[in-house]
Design a binder for this molecule. Structure first.
Ligand code: UD1
Ligand code: CA
Length: 470
């Protein structure tokens, strides 16, 4: 049942205390009612297992071994770019049996920390405390007193308060079920102890499983030092078994993140109505109205104001810039004191200099717009280089696509483009040029001149509007 090591164990420096991490992620997660393995479901846009691996990596472990099972190939593929070890557990005979699968791949010395792929918000600081205790030749166990211990393993202590064993809810007596100190599952201890205890676990219990929790009693019987530690916050130890719990933990994460932003000085109109799925960094006096979503890496410089219902993905917003409601920004860089929206859309490859105004129903893609330029209404600016102090009239469109290839439009400094102009790329509008309203620009427009199409306006005398036949 023990799987063959799938990666060569890295070189071991025996003088350095080794830290191994085992992450249990073999459970099917039936209650998620999803084809996606449970540990790949996201919290704040990131797979639960990725949260756990990131927390582990903050401790600079020598190895991280993930125990996978059902649908595990998908899980492995999702982490293909990371140097993780993998051990398959099939069939799944319990948490003790799960950790046992990792043992052949772990350095035999040092300590091992056990984590769970479906308990995503565990903090590295808590794990570091467990590891520090384990390094003192101790079995370190994370426990917690909770209001509702139903279904969880209970911590048994003797009259002196010394921990003696863990009993699973299904195996507990009614008296033991009154205990409110529960097993979080997190533990750390010398790896050699795990290697000795795990193979001798018995499955004579209510679930016929090899319980990891039984190693506690083995440690006590051997006279090993056992210490318990309590997590500072309850959200750290909450596991996800259903979509409902996933959503609840998402709210916990977001509220905690919102609090951190406010500690940094961000004004949030409502901390319950912001979602950050990535990293949001901020300057001083940033304010964010309700229902905004931030994805990827976002930086908002000092005095940036974000209106309600905006979505910002991977972008940098310069100081003093205002993003008005219902604006969508994806992979763009915006200068200082700019004004974007309402209802603007900035697509990948957009770079806006200082004091640019992009107004309602204006879409900008793969374009550079110079300082002080404005496109205030109903325009498409794609694959364009726009100079400084350019005014782009309402309804102006860069016709960048000929059906096969994309072409660039160059609009030089101080150009004034009237309303409803089509710029047939590739085309250049020279510095200081003026383009009359309604012009289709299919040849380069001369700098400093007025360019227009020959059009005429006629009025037909005595014309009558058709009327419906009776
Ligand atoms: C386990 C603990 C219990 C604790 C609770 C906290 C044991 C015996 N019990 O109970 O004391 O209070 O967690 O949530 O450890 N897993 C595998 N392979 C298996 C079995 C489980 O990888 O064969 C993984 C699951 O994917 C899950 C974790 O281990 O991530 C816990 O398994 P679960 O079945 O949820 O354990 P509980 O019965 O809830
Ligand atoms: Ca569980």
């Amino acid at each position: 049942m023990t799987s063959v090591p799938n990666t060569l164990a890295p070189f071991q420096d025996l003088t350095k205390p080794n830290l191994s991490v085992v992450v249990l992620a073999a459970g099917q997660g039936k209650r998620m009612k999803s084809a996606l393995p449970k540990v790949l479901h996201p919290i704040a846009g990131k797979a639960m297992l990725a949260h756990v691996v990131d927390a582990a990596n903050q401790l600079s472990p020598d190895q991280v071994c993930v125990i996978y099972g059902h649908g595990g190939e998908v899980v492995r593929a999702a982490f293909a770019d990371q140097s993780l070890l993998w051990a398959k557990q099939e069939p799944q005979l319990g948490t003790g049996h799960a950790v046992l699968q990792a043992i052949p791949q772990l350095a035999p010395h040092g300590v091992t920390l056990v984590l769970y792929g479906d308990v995503p918000l565990i903090r590295a600081a808590t794990l570091a405390k467990l590891v520090a205790i384990a390094k003192q030749n101790t079995l370190a166990w994370l426990t917690m007193r909770v209001k509702d211990p139903k279904g969880l393993g209970r911590i048994l202590r003797d009259e002196g308060g010394k921990v003696t064993a863990i009993v699973e809810d299904k195996d507990a007596t009614n008296e033991q079920r009154q205990i409110d100190e529960i097993n979080t599952g997190f533990l750390a201890c010398p790896t050699a102890w795990l290697a000795k205890w795990l193979p001798v676990l018995s499955n004579r219990n209510a679930q016929a499983e090899y319980y990891l929790t039984d190693i506690l009693a083995l440690a006590v019987a051997e006279g090993r030092k056992v210490e318990t530690l309590s997590a500072d916050t309850e959200f750290e130890i909450i596991g996800v078994n259903s979509k409902d719990q996933l959503a609840q933990l998402e709210r916990v994460y977001q509220l905690e993140n919102a609090r951190q932003l406010m500690v940094q000085g961000v004004s949030l109109i409502d901390p319950a109505r912001i979602d950050v799925r990535g990293t949001l960094t901020v300057g001083e006096d940033v304010s964010i109205d309700v229902n905004c979503i931030f994805e990827g890496q976002i930086h908002l410089a000092a005095n940036v104001k974000i209106g309600a219902n905006c979505i910002l993905q991977n972008c940098i917003v310069g100081s003093g810039t205002e993003i008005l409601p219902f604006t969508h920004i994806d992979s763009a860089t915006i200068g200082c004191n700019a004004r974007i929206g309402p209802y603007a859309r900035l697509r990948p490859g957009t770079t806006l200099a200082d004091e640019v105004h992009i107004g309602n129903f204006v879409e900008v893609k793969a374009s550079v717009v110079g300082a002080g330029s404005k496109a205030n209404h109903l325009s498409y600016v794609g694959d364009a280089s726009v100079g400084k102090n350019v005014n782009i009239g309402a309804g102006t469109i860069t016709c960048n696509y000929d059906g096969a290839n994309k072409h660039r439009t160059v609009i030089e400094d101080n150009v004034h483009i009237g309303s409803d102009v089509q710029l047939i790329a590739p085309v250049t509008v020279g510095k200081g040029a003026t383009i009359a309203a309604g012009t289709t620009v299919w040849k380069d427009a001369s700098p400093g001149e007025l360019t227009m199409n020959q059009k005429s306006q006629t009025t037909l005398p005595n014309w009558t509007r058709p009327s419906k036949k009776k």
